[in-house]
Design a protein around this ligand. Sequence first.
Ligand code: SAM
Length: 382
Amino acid sequence: MGNNKNPEIPYIKLKKKDGQYFINFIKSNLESIPFINHKFKTLHENDYILFPIFQNQVLIDVIIKKLDRQINLEIISQRGKLNKNYKYRTLQEALEGTSEDKIPEKYLELIPKSYDIIGHIAIIEFDKIDKEFNKYKEDISKAILSVNKNIKTVYEKRGQIKGKYRLRELVFLYGEDKSETIHKENNCNFKLDIKKTYFSPRLVFERRRIASSEIKENELIVDMFAGVGTFSIQIAKNKNVKIFAFDVNPNAYRYMKDNIKLNKLKGEIIPNNIDIKVLLDPKNQLGKSLYNKVDRIIMNLPENSISFINIACFLMKESGGILHFYQFSEKPNPIEKTLKNIEEELNSLNWEINSIITSKVVKHYSPKSELIVVDLEIKPSK
Ligand SMILES: C[S@@+](CC[C@H](N)C(=O)[O-])C[C@H]1O[C@@H](n2cnc3c(N)ncnc32)[C@H](O)[C@@H]1O
């Protein structure tokens, strides 16, 4: 097993009296080009100072050529001492500094460049890995912990989000096996269990966009697929509105109730643990009371929102209202496809698009499709 923690690295060795001159020279000549390797400690040996440098031969040659006439220096190689206060900037960098076994070159490109962070949990996804790669997953997890001091747990994503509750299989990799956490987003706190409830930190900007859009005082809003209350809570945080928030998953409902208490809200949220379809049942009292009363509806069930448009038309005010509609849509022209799809569905229910407020790609979803959002003003057709 190689001692990768204290590898041999190049040092530039010069007299202590020339140290400041050298530092000034580097600062004024190299600006943002990395030359000194701050991951390792600067060493002091009798009258000499040894600066750890990156193994960049071209740059080393240039520096020596420029400085040689002014000060005496030499390049030596010796074991580097890790600088404990150094903050790794990337996973790759942390891996070099923390892993016992060096990860073979052929695997380096399989190390993900990014991962999701939800509260104290990191969720990582590996692509096209083989069995042998498995033994490096722990090193990669340790590196994640060393880059982010708030992370205590690493899970691995397996497979697609599926089922009615929109959950994904997660495999514990490292740290504390605790899937309940509190995630901070846009000044709100969300308690959730990543194994039992849907949550995607990648929608952070989308939730901020909707929460800061032109929502009027006292609007009546329905969040059809509310999860742990992410959209509803961010809207009600600063807006005096009334939101009916639905989720069929009992765990999402339980956390949504906790989150309503956890956040100081200006508006009111009424959580409901029912299948939104139940509102259409003529015997359902809540359905009756919301019929044609709602100003704004959020539909964030991208794989299937389209089959709930009839409920949106049932709830929306007859004078018209705003729909925030999310859908996975195939390339090419995914936005146009979503607009066509929803227009046809509305028309079949004698409703129509009055105006398109926004239509855009939220994020890349798969090689073939994108997550699309359209904000529409809709009204019954005459
Ligand atoms: C994609 S998640 C979105 C959650 C939340 N809006 C967010 O962004 O964090 C969809 C949610 O809809 C819920 N759901 C699915 N079908 C439903 C239905 N028929 N009625 C109510 N909720 C449903 C799932 O349990 C899941 O929590």
